[in-house]
Design a binder for this molecule. Structure first.
Ligand code: GTP
Ligand code: MG
Length: 260
């Protein structure tokens, strides 16, 4: 009975999962996601991972009709993979779209809490490390400072209320995702997360932070780099500069088709 209700409840929910060399993580994380959100659709967006993640995703999709796979020709970064995944989900009629990492940093246990915030009216829900009850595990002091500092910098420069601007665990109401002006997104690494939350906020989306504890990846390789951090700082300044010159975002969220 409960099972059946949950299947209906998450029927319009799509989880977009970008992967690059996540063969060791994919089967487990997929099962956990679909266990947390029965009835949801899981879209794996793989950039031709050398370790065979894409083929594994195809096998999983063959065993479970809730899993869909999108193959991209080569590694183009997280942002590009998300933009394509979001497009596919919206074209398929998704009512809500979740984005998360495949390396267990974003625990599927939080998925129902993220969706509950959407059901309570939020347009964009951020799985947040920097709100009461949230945090990070296993990080050294330097990475903590870089991450927290980056979010604070973007928050102050762009005058946003959100505390965690660089995290990538989010749930979107369809209209909020549709309101993002994608041609303005520079779609690199962490900066992609800042930009999308910024554009949704400017479009009038209500943003709610739900606490999560972020865990470092256990298997696979880290792709964090200095150039990604520098890119993020420059893009944040550029966004503010464009706004001050009257060239900021203008799109507004369309609430006409809103089911609440
Ligand atoms: N499709 C696609 N997915 C990517 C790409 N780069 C990273 N990913 C995936 O995006 C998610 C987040 O990437 P991570 O490498 O974990 O990035 P991170 O969490 O910032 O850093 P580490 O966990 O320390 O490596 C994971 O699911 C990756 O497999 C890419 O170029 N294309
Ligand atoms: Mg990671």
């Amino acid at each position: 009975m409960t099972e059946h209700t949950d299947v209906d409840r998450y029927a319009g929910t799509w989880v977009v999962l970008p992967t690059y060399d996540e063969a060791e993580n994919l089967a487990g994380i997929s099962a956990a996601i679909l266990h947390a959100l029965p009835g949801a659709t899981l879209l794996v967006v793989d950039d031709s991972s050398p370790d065979g993640t894409g083929e594994l995703a195809d096998r999983l999709a063959g065993q479970d009709p809730r899993i869909v796979v999108r193959h991209r020709a080569g590694k183009e970064g997280l942002g590009k993979a998300y933009i394509e995944g979001f497009r596919v989900a919206l074209d398929a009629g998704a009512a809500h779209v979740i984005q998360m990492d495949a390396d267990w940093s974003h625990s599927p246990d939080y998925l129902p809490a993220l969706m509950a915030a959407i059901e309570h009216g939020a347009d964009l829900v951020i799985g947040s490390r920097y709100t009461r009850g949230g945090g990070v595990r296993d990080w050294g002091i330097l990475r903590r400072i870089v991450s927290r500092g980056g979010s604070l910098f973007a928050r102050v420069v762009l005058r946003l209320r959100t505390h965690d601007l660089t995290g990538g665990f989010k749930a979107w109401r369809r209209a909020a995702l549709e309101a993002v002006e994608w041609e303005r997104v520079h779609s690199g690494g962490y900066v992609f997360q800042i930009e999308t939350t910024y554009l949704a906020t400017r479009a009038g989306a209500s943003v709610v932070e739900v606490p999560i504890v972020f865990k470092d990846r256990e298997v696979g390789t880290s792709k964090m780099s200095k150039s990604i951090i520098v890119e993020a700082l420059l893009v944040v300044l550029q966004l503010r500069w464009e706004e001050l010159r009257g060239r900021g975002p203008t799109a507004r969220m369309d609430r006409t088709g809103d089911e609440g």
